[in-house]
Design a protein around this ligand. Structure first.
Ligand code: G6P
Length: 362
C-alpha cells in the first residue's frame, strides 16, 4: 500500500523521493485543462481583485509562493495571513481567501475561516478532500499528493505549490489578465520540473552527507533568500529545526546587514537559496569574510545545484530562475540536508519530538 516503506529507510526519504512523480501526475491533469482557464471557471468562484492566503507552517510557505506568483504575473495585491493571527486581519472587499492545509483539519485554519467576514469566498487547497476544511470551503482544489506519513511535510508542500501556481495561471487567463499563449508556456516550463527535481536529488545524495557532517556541531543556522527564493529559505529552515532540533532562522538576504550578520562567526552555517539574483553575492561575501560556512543551493556552481542549465540568455549563464514561482526544485536538497543532519544527530526523522501531523487544537 501507499503507506508501506518498501526499500526506503524512512517515510521522509520515501516522500521526498516521490516528489517528481507527484508533480508529473499533477501536471498531466493540469495540462489538459489549465492553459485556457477552464479549471478556474469550473470552480464557480466569483471574480476577485485581491487574494489572501490563510495557512500555518509549511502550508504557509506554499501560500507565500502562490501569492508571489499572482503578484508577479497578474499584478494582483495579496495578503499573507498566519491562521492563528486572524483576530487582527482586515481584508478588503473583493478578496478571495485561499485556505491551504494538507490535512484540512488544522484548528487554527478552520477557526480563522469562522472569523472572516462572510462576504469573502473561500478556496481550499488540501490533500484531504473529505476534510472539515473542504466541507467549509466554497470550492476545493485537491493536491493529489497521496498519503504523507512523515510529520514534517515534504511532498504535500510541492503539491500545494504546483496546484496553487497552476490555479493562479488559470485564474489570470479566465479574468483576461494573462494571455493563453503565455499561460501555456508557463505550464510547459513547469513540465520540466520532475526531471529537474530528480537531478537535484541525485546530486544532493552525493553531497549532503559530507555537508551535514561539516555543520553537525553548529548550534544554529541562518537561511537566506531573496524575493521568490525567500519562501524556500523559510521552508529549508523550518525543516532543519523541526528535524534536527538545532535553531534555524530564515531571513531576507538584504536584511542580513541589519541584524543577523552579528550572529555570524567562524564556522556559522549560512544556507543561501541562490535563484540567480546577483545581489545575493553580497550576503555570501559578507558571511565568508567573517569565517561563516556558506552552503549555496541553486544554479550550476552552487554547492547543491537544483536549477536548470540556461542556454538562452548569455548574461544569465547558469541556473538563474526567472520563474514567477521561484526555485521550487531547490526545496528537494533543502529537505535532504535537514533529514541527513537529523539522522547524523540520531533524531527520528518521521516523528520529531513535541510535534504532530494534525494539529487539531488552537
Ligand atoms: C503541523 C505539521 C506541519 C504542517 C502544519 C500545517 O505543524 O507538523 O508539517 O505544515 O501542521 O498543517 P496543515 O495540515 O494545515 O498543512
Amino acid at each position: 500500500s501507499a503507506l508501506e516503506l518498501g526499500d526506503h529507510p524512512d517515510h521522509m526519504a520515501k516522500e521526498i523521493g516521490e516528489q517528481p512523480e507527484v508533480v508529473a501526475a499533477l501536471l498531466d491533469r493540469v495540462r489538459r485543462r489549465t492553459a485556457d482557464g477552464s479549471t478556474w471557471v469550473g470552480l464557480g468562484l466569483p471574480p476577485f481583485d485581491r487574494l489572501a492566503v490563510v495557512a500555518c507552517g509549511t502550508s504557509l510557505h506554499a501560500g507565500q509562493v502562490i501569492a508571489g506568483t499572482l503578484r508577479t504575473l497578474g499584478g494582483v495585491p495579496t495578503d499573507i495571513v498566519v491562521a492563528s493571527e486572524v483576530d487582527h486581519v482586515v481584508l478588503a472587499p473583493g478578496t478571495l481567501v485561499v485556505a491551504i492545509s494538507q490535512s484540512g483539519e488544522t484548528a487554527d485554519v478552520l477557526r480563522a475561516l469562522d472569523r472572516l467576514d462572510e462576504r469573502h469566498p473561500v478556496l481550499a487547497l488540501t490533500n484531504n478532500v473529505h476534510s472539515s476544511l473542504a466541507r467549509r470551503a466554497d470550492a476545493v482544489l485537491d493536491c493529489h499528493a497521496g498519503p504523507e506519513v512523515g510529520v514534517a511535510a515534504t511532498k504535500t508542500f510541492t503539491a500545494q505549490v504546483l496546484v496553487g501556481v497552476t490555479a493562479v495561471v488559470s485564474a489570470l487567463v479566465a479574468s483576461g489578465r494573462l494571455e493563453a499563449s503565455r499561460a501555456a508556456a508557463l505550464v510547459d516550463e513547469l513540465a520540466e520540473l520532475p526531471e529537474r527535481m530528480a537531478t537535484a536529488a541525485a546530486v544532493a545524495a552525493d553531497r549532503v552527507p559530507l555537508l551535514a557532517t561539516t555543520v553537525r556541531d553548529a548550534p544554529g543556522f541562518l537561511f537566506l533568500g531573496r524575493g521568490p527564493g525567500l519562501p524556500y529559505a523559510a521552508e529549508g529552515a523550518l525543516k532543519l529545526e523541526v528535524l534536527s532540533y538545532r535553531w534555524a532562522e530564515a531571513y531576507p538576504a538584504g536584511e542580513l546587514k541589519h541584524g543577523p550578520l552579528a550572529l555570524v562567526d567562524e564556522g556559522t552555517p549560512v544556507v543561501v537559496v541562490d535563484h540567480g539574483d546577483p545581489r545575493l553575492q553580497w550576503a555570501v561575501a559578507e558571511v565568508r569574510a567573517r569565517g561563516g560556512f556558506v552552503v549555496t543551493v541553486g544554479g550550476e556552481g552552487t554547492d547543491l545545484p537544483a536549477l536548470p542549465r540556461r542556454t538562452d540568455a548569455a548574461d544569465l549563464a547558469w541556473g538563474r530562475s526567472t520563474a514567477p514561482w521561484g526555485p521550487i526544485e531547490a526545496v528537494v536538497p533543502l529537505q535532504m540536508l535537514a533529514r541527513e543532519l537529523a539522522l547524523q544527530l540520531g533524531c527520528d526523522v518521521d516523528k520529531p519530538r513535541n510535534l504532530a501531523k494534525w494539529v487539531t487544537v488552537e
